[in-house]
Structure formats: structure tokens, C-alpha cells
Design a protein around this ligand. Structure first.
Ligand SMILES: Nc1ncnc2c1ncn2[C@@H]1O[C@H](COP(=O)(O)OP(=O)(O)O)[C@@H](O)[C@H]1O
Ligand SMILES: [Mg+2]
Length: 368
């Protein structure tokens, strides 16, 4: 169902994304070992990743790095190793001889035990060694093992040099393809440092698949088809209005479709409920940022209220929170660009997601 709120896993529930899927498959077929899926929140990266992995017919492991980070407060090697192996074992569970060979290769690692579909370590595992085994197994089988890190920019917060590990694998382990997704595109680029001579992945090639929002007529068609699926027929006017406020951001369109078509709320109730839900969600997403500096929140509010220039945004922030020096203020703005909360065209800043913009505009500064 198009209006299912969970990230999609099946092609038939995924609207379009044909080009992105075939580009992904093409990169895998060519034996490329680093693929990036990029785009702001709620454009469907996780959904695309799920479907692309399922269709690749390759063994794969998928790790939700964001939730790992928030569960553990960091990303210990041992936990990452276990997640990779558990996930890989699960995806080959139905292919018996493949699974047995993988188990055999892994059993040569000291201190590693496999019980059912899960691995245990008697000592601190060496992730590089584990990746070497996975790669040689995949090569022997004439396959590639795909290791996908969803919201990979969180790897940078772990204190462990995972960029170095990925660089090692990219250079030396031809049986593995890494797929990294990132909502915080600038942060992911910083972490990888493909263009930073001081970083281990400098100069490496990556296939970048950048998700775009739907064009207007695609958004309208997406909603119309979704409503047809659930057997209701809202007026054209309502659909147009929804697309007007939500733009082509599939996550919001899906939420609206769910509220209007599955919960069967009226158009205005569905829009109200969407903004209620969005407010909670966006507040959660922003809260760790705002805990670092309240100025982030005030900058966003300034932009949401129509201040687009460096100087007018700064004036607003200083009016609310007192003086801030130019260099410090520029860093805050740059970070918001890297997190994907702001966009910059020429000299003008904007908030790329109209729902975020609306929610931020209404935030009460006194509550922070
Ligand atoms: N191509 C698509 N067709 C239908 N629904 C989609 C599509 N892409 C994403 N969605 C829906 O949009 C929401 C956000 O998708 P998700 O994959 O979690 O985005 P992201 O990982 O970029 O934040 C989910 O409810 C998901 O089901
Ligand atoms: Mg996601």
C-alpha cells in the first residue's frame, strides 16, 4: 500500500524511483564498492534502500546507524560487528549452501560463535578481519556482499575511525559493496572526506544517487493512486491543496494519504493532524541540535519568518539572544546547511521542507 507509514520494502509499494533503482543495480553489477543515497529527511532513502537491496539478489546486511547510536550513545565495534553478521546471516538464511559456507568461513575467526541466526563474541572482535572473511566468501561464490549503513553520518560520532575501516575495505576487499545513506548530506560528506586530502577515503570514487522531491504532477498522481488503492475519492481540489502545502516530499504525502485515506479524516482534519504529528517529530529531530545551541533554533525561526540574508538572520538572532560574533554565527549557519535544515542559493537561505518551515515558524522561543 502506498500510504503505509513504514519505510517501504516491496517494489509494488514504492512509487516510481525507477531510475534510482536501476542506477543502484547498475553500480552493483559494475562491481562498484561505494554507493551513496542522499537527500533530506523523508524523501524515501530508507525505502529505496530496502527495495534496492531486496532486488539486488545479493547477500546483504543493513544497519540502522541512527538507532544504534541513540540506543548505545556511541557505536561500539562489537555491536556493529554483531549487527552486520546477524543481518547477513538472516538474508542468506533461505539459501542453505551459501549460508553454510558463510558459517564455515566465519568459524575460522577466533572467539566467534554462531548460534542459530545470531553470533556471539568471546573476545573483542576485529571488524577488519570479519570484513575480510565476508569478502572472500562472497568472491568465492561469485557474488558481492552489500553492507548498508542507513543514516551513516552517525558513524562519525562513535570515536572509532570507521572512515579508515571503510577506506581499507574499499581498497582491499573486492567482494564488498558499501551503501551509505544520509539525510545530513554535508555531515556525511565531511565524515567520508572524499575530497579532503587529510581523510582516508580521499580521492576514492563513489556513486552518488541523490533523491529529489516529486514534481508537482508526480505528487498529485501519487496521492490519486494511493486513494484509489484504499477506495476513496477525494476531490481534485483537496489533492491540489495538500500538494501545495506538502510539496513533493513523499514522507508528508504518505502521512497525509494515511490520515485522509486510511483513517478517513476530512481534508482539514487530516492537515491539522499531520501538522500535530509533524511538530512532535520535528521537535524530536531538532532537540539534540538545539541542546547544543539555542541559536540553531532561533536561526531557523528567523529564516522561517522570511529573513533570507546572512545579516538579517543575524540581526534577528542578536535581537532574541544577544550578541554573537561573525565567525561563530557563520559556523552555526554552515552547520545547519550540513544538517540539511537550511539550503543556500546565491546569497539567500531557505528551509527546504515546507512542513519544517511551518512548524519552526510557530515554535515558542520561551519554551526552549
Ligand atoms: N517511493 C515511495 N513510494 C511510496 N511511499 C514512499 C516512497 N518513498 C518513501 N515513502 C514513504 O515516505 C515515508 C518516508 O520514507 P523513508 O524511506 O523513511 O524516507 P527517508 O529514509 O528518506 O527519511 C515513509 O512513510 C515511506 O513509507
Ligand atoms: Mg531513513
Amino acid at each position: 500500500m502506498l500510504f503505509d507509514l513504514q519505510p517501504k520494502t516491496r517494489r509494488e509499494d514504492l512509487y516510481d524511483r525507477e531510475n534510482e533503482l536501476s542506477e543502484f543495480q547498475n553500480a552493483v553489477n559494475l562491481g562498484e564498492n561505494l554507493i551513496l543515497l542522499l537527500g533530506i529527511r523523508r524523501l524515501g532513502k530508507s525505502s529505496l534502500l530496502n527495495v534496492a537491496l531486496a532486488e539486488s539478489e545479493m547477500p546483504y546486511a543493513k544497519i540502522d546507524v541512527r538507532s544504534l547510536y541513540f540506543t548505545h550513545g556511541s557505536i561500539p565495534q562489537e555491536i556493529l560487528a554483531r549487527k552486520i553478521l546477524d543481518s547477513l546471516l538472516a538474508t542468506v538464511s533461505g539459501r542453505k549452501s551459501l549460508r553454510l559456507k558463510l558459517e564455515k568461513v566465519l568459524s575460522s575467526i577466533r572467539g566467534l560463535r554462531i548460534s542459530g541466526l545470531s553470533v556471539e563474541f568471546d573476545r573483542k572482535p576485529d571488524l577488519a578481519e570479519i570484513l575480510e572473511k565476508i569478502s572472500s566468501w562472497a568472491e568465492n561464490e561469485n557474488l558481492r556482499a552489500i553492507i548498508a549503513f542507513d543514516e551513516a553520518q552517525y558513524l562519525r560520532l562513535s570515536g572509532i575511525r570507521y572512515d579508515g575501516l571503510i577506506a581499507y575495505a574499499v581498497d582491499n576487499l573486492p567482494g564488498i559493496t558499501f551503501v551509505l545513506t544520509g539525510s545530513e548530506v554535508g555531515m556525511l560528506h565531511d565524515f567520508l572526506g572524499l575530497e579532503n586530502p587529510k581523510k582516508p577515503l580521499f580521492g576514492r570514487y563513489a556513486r552518488e544517487i541523490v533523491l529529489q522531491r516529486f514534481r508537482r504532477e508526480e505528487s498529485v498522481d501519487f496521492l490519486a493512486r494511493g486513494f484509489e488503492e484504499v477506495g476513496i475519492e477525494p476531490g481534485r481540489q483537496e489533492i491540489e491543496e495538500a500538494v501545495e502545502s506538502l510539496d513533493g516530499i513523499v514522507g508528508w504525502l504518505t502521512m497525509y494519504g494515511y490520515l485522509r485515506g486510511v483513517r478517513e479524516l476530512s481534508h482539514s482534519e487530516a492537515m491539522d493532524e499531520l501538522f500535530n504529528m509533524a511538530e512532535k517529530l520535528i521537535w524530536e529531530e531538532l532537540s539534540s541540535l538545539i541542546q547544543n545551541s539555542r541559536r540553531y533554533g532561533v536561526i531557523l525561526k528567523a529564516v522561517a519568518m522570511g529573513n533570507v540574508r546572512w545579516s538579517t538572520i543575524k540581526e534577528y538572532v542578536e535581537f532574541k539572544l544577544g550578541p554573537v560574533n561573525d565567525a561563530k554565527f557563520s559556523i552555526l549557519l554552515k552547520n545547519l546547511l550540513k544538517y540539511g535544515y537550511l539550503e543556500k542559493r546565491g546569497n539567500e537561505y531557505s528551509i527546504p521542507d515546507p512542513v519544517v518551515k511551518e512548524v519552526v515558524k510557530n515554535l515558542q522561543l520561551t519554551l526552549w
